[in-house]
Design a protein around this ligand. Structure first.
Ligand SMILES: *Cc1c(COP(=O)(O)O)cnc(C)c1O
Length: 466
C-alpha cells in the first residue's frame, strides 16, 4: 500500500513512513493511493468475531508488509485488552431503528482511545525496529492529551510531553493526565492559556534543533493511523445491525472530520452505508460547508461540547481530495483561497458530497434540552458531544427503514458541567475502574509560558530516560 499527499507534491510513502511522518512536506495529508475492498462475503463473515479480529481483517491491507501478520495480531489483542468492555465498542438499541455505538470504554472515556491506544504501539514498534527514540509533543485543552498519554504509557522508545494550561482544565481532565506516573510520561502545566501551549508546540516542530537529532512526532488527528483504526467500528456496528444484507446510516459528532472520514473510507471499502450525518456544535464550519456550500472560517466559540470546538476541520481535506478525484493541485488551490476569503467547493464535488452527507449544527441550549429529553425517552444519559449526534439522527435520517447508528464519543462523567446544567444535579458517576481518580497521586511540572524553558525541560528529561 502506497500513500500519497492530498496536495500532490510530496513523495509517496509506505505505511511505516506515514505513521512516523504526520504532515506531508507539501502541507497536505497522506491518504491511501486506492481503497482496498472487502467483498460482500468477507463483510458477512465479520459477524460475531472478536473486535481485535475484525480490526485485523479491516486494517491488514493498509499495513502492507510493514508489520508481519502475527506481530500485528498480537499488537491488536494487547491494544483492545485495555478496554473495560469485552465488546470494546458495544452497541445499544434506543428504539426500533436508532442505535448508540458506545466508543467510550477505553482508559480515558472518549473515542480517541480507540485510535491512540493503537498509535502508541505502532510508533513503539517502528522506532524499536529502527533503533530510534522518539519524542512526542502536544498541547491540550483536556481531551486529546490524556488519550495520547494513555496510548504512550506502555511505550519503550517514546517519551511524551503534554502541555496544558495551568489551572485551566477541569480536575477530572487534569487528573486523567497527571495521575499517569510512567517514567516516559511528562506533564507540563504552563502558566498561560491553551493558545500559548499550542504556539510553543508549533514552534518546537518548526525548529527541532533543541532535540539534537531525535525525532519529534505529532499524534494529532492528521496521522493516518488514527483514521485507519476508526474504520473498524463502522464495520463491527454495521454488521451487528444487519450489514451487508441491509444498508445502514451513521450520525457522527464531528470537529476535525477524522471520525466521520473513517466512515467514508468504510463505505469506499464496500460497507453499504447509505447516509453519513455530520453533527457539529455552534462551531459549524462542516455544517455550513455541507449544507450551504459556504466554506469559510468563523471565530471560535467555546461551547459545552469543548472537544468539538474548532475553526477549521483539518481532515476535511482528505474528503476534498477524493471528491476532486485526486486532483492535488485543485485541492491546494481551493485551500489557498479558503485561507484568504470565504470560498465554495466546485459545484460537482459539492453535489457529490450531498448525495451521501447530511448535517446539523446544535447550539448549547439545544444540547442541554437534548440531554434531558433523550434521558426521559431512552434512559440513556448522553454526554454533550453525543447529544449533537443524537439530535442530528432524529432530524436528518432519510428513511425509516434504514437503521441509524449514532456514535457516542464520550462518557457523560467526563463532561459534568453540561450534565449538571441539563438538570442532573449529581452529575454522572465515573465507571468503577476510574472511581478512585480523585484520590490518585499526581505528577506534573509547572513552567512559565516561555519557549526556552519548555524546550530545556523537554531536552533534559527525554535525555534522562533514553
Ligand atoms: C475529538 C472528539 C470529537 C470530534 O472528532 P473528530 O474526529 O475531530 O471529528 C467528538 N467528540 C469527542 C468526545 C471528541 O473527543
Amino acid at each position: 500500500m502506497r500513500y500519497i499527499s492530498t496536495r500532490g507534491q510530496a513523495p509517496a510513502l509506505n505505511f511505516e513512513e506515514v505513521v512516523l511522518t504526520g504532515l506531508a512536506t507539501d502541507g497536505g495529508l497522506y491518504v491511501p493511493e486506492s481503497f482496498p475492498q472487502l467483498s460482500h462475503d468477507e463483510i458477512a463473515a465479520l459477524a460475531g468475531l472478536p473486535y481485535h479480529e475484525v480490526a485485523f481483517r479491516v486494517m491488514r491491507p493498509y499495513i502492507g508488509d510493514c508489520i508481519d501478520e502475527q506481530t500485528f495480531r498480537d499488537m491488536l489483542k494487547a491494544t483492545y485488552a485495555s478496554f473495560s468492555h469485552d465488546a470494546v465498542a458495544p452497541i445499544k438499541q434506543l428504539n426500533s431503528n436508532h442505535f448508540l455505538l458506545e466508543l467510550f470504554h477505553g482508559p480515558t472515556l472518549a473515542f480517541k482511545d480507540i485510535a491512540l491506544q493503537l498509535l502508541g504501539r505502532l510508533l513503539d514498534h517502528f522506532l524499536g525496529k529502527r533503533g530510534e527514540k522518539g519524542v512526542i509533543m502536544g498541547a491540550t485543552s483536556g481531551d486529546t492529551g490524556s488519550a495520547a498519554i494513555e496510548g504512550c504509557k506502555p511505550c519503550q522508545h517514546v517519551d511524551i510531553f503534554i502541555l496544558h494550561p495551568f489551572n485551566r482544565v477541569s480536575e477530572v481532565q487534569r487528573r486523567q493526565m497527571t495521575t499517569v506516573l510512567a517514567p516516559n510520561v511528562h506533564n507540563i502545566a504552563v502558566e498561560g492559556n491553551f493558545d500559548d501551549c499550542q504556539a510553543m508546540v508549533k514552534a518546537s516542530f518548526a525548529d527541532q534543533s533543541f532535540l539534537q537529532g531525535k525525532r519529534l512526532i505529532a499524534v494529532n488527528s492528521i496521522n493516518w493511523a488514527r483514521i485507519m483504526a476508526q474504520i473498524v467500528y463502522y464495520f463491527t456496528s454495521a454488521v451487528a445491525v444487519g450489514a451487508p444484507h441491509r444498508e445502514v446510516a451513521f450520525s457522527v459528532p464531528s470537529a476535525n472530520f477524522g471520525d466521520v472520514f473513517a466512515g467514508y473510507v468504510a463505505r469506499k471499502m464496500g460497507l453499504p452505508i447509505k447516509q453519513l450525518i455530520v453533527a457539529t456544535n455552534a462551531n459549524d464550519i462542516l455544517h455550513r460547508t455541507l449544507h450551504d456550500n459556504d466554506f469559510s472560517k468563523k471565530t471560535l466559540l467555546p461551547t459545552l461540547a469543548p472537544s468539538m470546538d474548532i475553526v477549521v476541520s483539518s481532515n476535511f481535506e482528505r474528503l476534498l481530495f477524493d471528491l476532486y478525484q485526486q486532483d492535488g493541485a485543485g485541492v491546494a488551490a481551493l485551500l489557498e483561497s479558503f485561507q484568504q476569503q470565504p470560498t465554495q467547493l466546485d459545484a460537482g464535488a459539492w453535489s457529490k458530497a450531498r448525495e451521501l452527507f447530511d448535517s446539523l449544527a446544535v447550539d448549547d441550549a439545544t444540547i442541554l434540552k437534548v440531554i434531558a429529553d433523550a434521558y426521559q425517552r431512552t434512559g440513556e444519559l448522553l454526554d454533550p458531544h453525543t447529544a449533537t449526534g443524537y439530535l442530528a439522527t432524529e432530524q436528518c435520517a432519510r428513511d425509516a427503514a434504514t437503521p441509524v447508528i449514532t456514535l457516542a464519543t464520550a462518557h457523560p462523567a467526563k463532561f459534568e458541567e453540561a450534565v449538571i446544567k441539563a438538570g442532573f444535579a449529581q452529575g454522572a458517576a465515573l465507571p468503577p475502574h476510574m472511581s478512585d481518580l480523585l484520590q490518585r497521586e499526581e505528577r506534573y511540572t509547572v513552567l512559565p509560558a516561555e519557549l526556552a524553558a519548555i524546550q530545556r525541560h523537554v531536552a533534559e528529561n527525554q535525555a534522562a530516560s533514553a
